[in-house]
Design a protein around this ligand. Structure first.
Ligand code: 5GP
Ligand code: ZN
Length: 114
């Protein structure tokens, strides 16, 4: 179930190239095209879901567990720690309406975020 105008669905379908770092169990991880840290990955389900709020509404605990576990595994490769970010909705800065987890690592990060 893909969305025709969705960038990540096009990457999943192989219509847009991406540096794939993981693909298993219906979850894909790619390098962000505009990295905000030395390590910046995007982890998302192959099933099109607009955001985490919509996902909760539909309900699929296994998929969310898999998504977060893979994001954490990829992040944990970085000895200095990592940050997982799930932007949701316009105010958060979400620009791609296909649920994704940012994995950021490789530099010190401040808090709170901007
Ligand atoms: P958001 O702002 O929705 O939380 O994150 C979307 C992310 O997708 C951004 O960090 C942006 O750089 C990344 N992105 C947008 N288009 C592409 C693309 O075509 N390929 C890749 N690899 N990343 C993309
Ligand atoms: Zn999509």
């Amino acid at each position: 179930m893909s969305s025709t105008n969705c960038i990540f669905c096009k990457i999943i379908a192989g219509e847009i190239p991406a540096k794939i770092v993981h693909r298993d169990n219906g979850i894909m991880a790619i390098e962000d095209v505009n990295p905000q840290a030395p390590v910046h990955l995007l982890v998302f389900p192959e099933r099109h879901v607009a955001n985490i709020a919509e996902h909760t509404f539909r309900g699929s605990a296994d998929e969310i567990a898999c998504l977060m576990e893979i994001a954490a595994e990829l992040g944990a490769k970085n000895a200095g720690g990592f940050r997982l970010v799930v932007n949701t909705g316009a105010d958060s800065g979400q620009t791609v309406d296909h649920l994704h987890v940012h994995v950021l690592a490789g530099r010190h990060m401040s808090w709170p975020p901007g």
